[in-house]
Write a protein that binds this ligand. Structure first.
Ligand SMILES: Cc1cc2nc3c(=O)[nH]c(=O)nc-3n(C[C@H](O)[C@H](O)[C@H](O)COP(=O)(O)OP(=O)(O)OC[C@H]3O[C@@H](n4cnc5c(N)ncnc54)[C@H](O)[C@@H]3O)c2cc1C
Length: 329
């Protein structure tokens, strides 16, 4: 039985860990309290917000088959939103999402998917891996405070490119590959209301503004009653303002949301801004994952392909098959 450390409990890491766990000893390290990574949900003041990934689609057979098991268990469902494209405050097109090309969400919230996948795994939460050291045919891991996390035969890195680069050995092919990936930032504004706003759609893509997306989060299947909106900034706005004051940015994006919606959003009972430093990945050329059999080091994540849930799955699942039927046999 091979001792494997998976760093990161986002979708890609959880998929790898689950695929390997029947035949190997797998330990997942996750720096946050919760699992699911960017497929995240925030609870606050009686409101809930999927403030990371909004929905996802499934083009590949592997992902569809994997999803079907989650759909059968009620962990994933289709979101039949009325979807609009806006040029600032003007609706340009509008259509209903349907079963021809389903838009999926976790149920009753996005982070349920991570929770479900992590259920039988050995996950060390609140544990930031700070260092990997190669020692006599294995890897010694320590946390960000220098405490020993154990010795492993293989290490699988599943974090965004910049965070993977920080742990990848200096001068390694992996670090070089990470440095060629570009990840973009995003701000997520979460708004909770006492009463619904009369919007003619539940999801909207916005052009010509610093906000790029608005969703009625409470319209997704299985969500609790209070009316909630999730607003995303453009990546360009977030990249340009990544270290600016969050309160000032929240006020700016709130005002712009009101203009775009043509509604008074100052009535929000809850308003909070989340900074995602590594939200989305630009399209990236190359393999779907990384494996170095000599170093016994592997990596996966959405950024190997593009910043999408399906890309994270494809990368993690592909790597798991490679390890399961090749490198770890
Ligand atoms: C605002 C936003 C909106 C999005 N919208 C969509 C969308 O609508 N549709 C879509 O398909 N995709 C969307 N995405 C992208 C989607 O969420 C990601 O592609 C996918 O969730 C990435 O999964 P992953 O496993 O590759 O990485 P992650 O989910 O980032 O997982 C990596 C994990 O590693 C952990 N970690 C990092 N460093 C360490 C360390 N040193 N030690 C231990 N743990 C560590 C992190 O805490 C995290 O849990 C969105 C993302 C964001 C942020």
């Amino acid at each position: 039985m091979i001792n494997v450390a998976v760093i990161g409990a986002g979708l890609s890491g959880l998929v790898v860990a689950r695929e390997l766990t029947d035949d190997h000893r797998v330990t997942v390290f996750e720096k946050s309290r919760g699992v699911g990574g960017r497929m995240a949900t925030r609870y606050a003041n009686g409101f809930e917000f999927d403030h990371g990934a909004q929905f996802f689609t499934a083009r590949t057979t592997n992902f569809r088959l994997y999803l079907q098991r989650l759909i059968d268990r009620g962990i994933v469902a289709t979101w039949y939103a009325s979807f609009a494209e806006l040029e600032r405050d003007e609706i340009v097109t509008q259509r209903d999402w349907d079963d021809d090309y389903p838009h999926y969400v976790g149920v009753p919230r996005m982070n349920e998917i991570g929770k479900h996948l992590a259920a039988d795994l050995d996950v060390c939460r609140n544990t930031t891996v700070g260092k990997l050291e190669r020692e006599s045919g294995g890897w010694c891991l320590s946390d960000s405070g220098g405490a020993d996390l154990g010795r492993f035969d293989w290490v699988v890195l599943t974090m965004p490119a910049a965070q993977t680069a920080a742990l990848a050995p200096a001068g390694s092919r992996l670090r070089e590959h990470c440095n060629s990936a570009r990840m973009r930032a995003c701000f997520a504004l979460m708004l909770g209301f006492d009463a619904p706003l009369p919007l003619p759609w539940q999801a909207a893509l916005i052009r010509g503004a610093n906000i790029s997306w608005v969703s009625v989060n409470s319209s997704k299947p299985g969500r609790p009653e209070p009316f909630t909106l999730v607003v995303h900034s453009t990546n360009a706005f977030a990249d340009a303002n990544i270290d600016s004051n969050l309160d000032a940015l929240a006020a700016q994006l709130l005002a712009e949301t009101g203009e775009v919606l043509g509604e008074n959003v100052d009535t929000a009972k809850f308003c909070r801004l989340q900074r995602w430093r590594y939200a989305n990945a630009d399209n990236h050329e190359g393999a779907d994952f990384f494996v170095d059999e000599t170093a016994q080091l592997a990596a996966c994540g959405d950024w190997f392909n593009r910043g999408r849930v399906e890309a994270a799955f494809t990368s993690g699942f592909g790597l798991a098959q490679k390890l399961k039927f090749g490198s770890l046999r």
